[in-house]
Design a protein around this ligand. Structure first.
Ligand code: APR
Ligand code: PHB
Length: 398
């Protein structure tokens, strides 16, 4: 067995783990990333693509904003389409100048991985049988890599290993509480090399179900349709997808819709999920390992980033100022922001999707709520300030 020693063992090389690694590297704090998948698999995964300003600022601080600044598309508004009419939410005007940036998580992951390679930082991809031990006392991680057994002794374990990871699963049941809501539908998403239907994102509420028109660049579009969970990707030919999307759009958008072959197509279930607490002795959970939001509010990646803002500042404070205050407050601070984003994501999902068994009364109330939000500056402001991202509580990196 090979025995290694480091300060922070990061489990998982998604955006959360990679960003934490980069921020620790910048602060001169030794760490290792242990990931079960291959580097190619991790860098090819296609996921959401909206960054809040605070997430962009964190990436700037991490020194990985070069491509983001060149290729990211700043957006100052979104459209909400309901009853065949589009309503623009002027994010920037409603939030004193804030905006969001459209930049694919796939690109972001590649940028972070490239920065890591350049700095020659230690990562183990394709690690098998990863296990975390002793996190209430003397933490260490064991795994197998290319036939060699490893043991990593560390001060802290950062559980950035996503929803299906090993870290949360290793916590004794009596020390953890989870909260969950599963939605009775999924999102069928496609990626296609066609120009986006409009310059801004369009969130569509229609009698046929929700749809979203998003993008990755001026020549690459990302579209989603609400579909029953029983549907399979094979049920959806490209033609069927474009026909259905077209039916959910308004006349103007329909005319501008450019269709083409999909380069990716998948169905994702929608879930709200929170773990309390987010620290177990010397092990922290961050990102999808600790919480999941339905994608309607575009908050998944941004919540992972805000956890990492708190976690990196807590660890830096611990090593440079010998203070454990940030570590002790980590869970509480994260969860305040997490629950607000959970509420917003749940609300957006509820408002814009068709649910089975909705009575006519429920539908009327929902339509009235949407009409109120869209017709009132106060309503629009509530949506806008949540969409661009709420401020971090207390001391974080920013
Ligand atoms: N050992 C090592 N690595 C693991 C293990 C394990 N037992 N289990 C999972 N992993 C890895 C996964 O292979 C994945 O690469 O942990 C990583 C977790 O990455 P993500 O799932 O991307 O989670 P996170 O970094 O928290 O990013 C959150 O991703 O899912 C989106 O919407 C979400 O945008 C948000 C972001
Ligand atoms: C995306 O572009 O993938 C996307 C954008 C906004 C969302 C969800 C997903 O709310």
């Amino acid at each position: 067995m090979e025995v290694l020693t480091t300060k922070v063992a990061i489990i998982g090389s998604g955006p959360a783990g990679l960003l934490l690694g980069q921020l620790l590297y910048k602060a001169g704090i030794e760490h290792i990333i242990i990931e079960q998948r291959s580097a190619d698999y991790v860098s090819a995964r296609i996921r959401a693509g909206i960054l809040e300003q605070v997430s962009v600022d964190l990436l700037t601080q991490a020194g990985v904003d070069q491509h983001l600044n060149q290729q990211g598309l700043p957006h100052s508004g979104i459209e909400i389409l309901t009853q065949g009419i589009k309503h623009r939410i002027d994010l920037t005007a409603l939030t004193q100048g804030k905006q969001v940036v459209v930049y694919g998580q796939t690109e972001l992951t590649k940028d972070l991985m490239q920065a890591r390679t350049q700095a020659e930082l230690s990562s183990f991809y394709e690690a098998q049988d990863v296990q975390v031990h002793g996190f209430y006392d003397m933490p260490f991680v064991t795994f197998e890599h290319h036939g060699i057994q490893y043991r990593v002794n560390c001060d802290f374990i950062a559980g950035c290993d996503g929803y299906h990871g090993v870290c949360r699963a290793s916590v004794p049941k009596e020390n953890i509480k989870t909260f969950e809501k599963v939605y009775p539908f999924g999102w069928l998403g496609i990626l296609a090399d066609v120009p986006p239907v409009a310059e801004e994102l369009i969130y569509v509420q229609s009698d046929r179900g929700f749809a979203l028109c998003s993008m990755r660049s001026k020549t690459r579009s990302r579209y989603y349709l609400q579909v029953p969970l029983t549907d399979k990707v094979e049920d959806w030919s490209d033609q069927r997808f474009w026909d259905e999307l077209s039916k959910r759009l308004d006349d103007e958008s329909r005319q501008h819709l450019v269709t083409g072959p999909s380069i990716e197509k998948s169905i994702a279930p929608l879930r709200s999920f929170v773990t309390e607490p987010m620290r177990f002795g010397k092990m922290f959970l961050a990102g999808d390992a600790a919480h999941i939001v339905p994608p309607t509010g575009a908050k998944g990646l941004n919540l992972a980033a805000s956890d990492i803002a708190y976690l990196s500042s807590a660890l830096i404070e611990f090593y440079t100022e010998a203070s454990a205050q940030g570590i002790e407050q980590y869970s509480e601070k994260c969860l305040q922001r997490v629950w607000k984003a959970e509420r917003f994501s749940w609300w957006m999902t509820h408002l814009l999707h068709r649910f089975e068994n909705e009575s006519e009364f429920d539908l009327k109330i929902k339509q009235a709520e949407l009409a109120y939000v869209l017709g009132s500056v106060a309503g629009q402001t509530t949506l806008a300030e949540n969409y661009v991202g709420l401020a971090y509580e207390g001391k974080a990196m920013l």
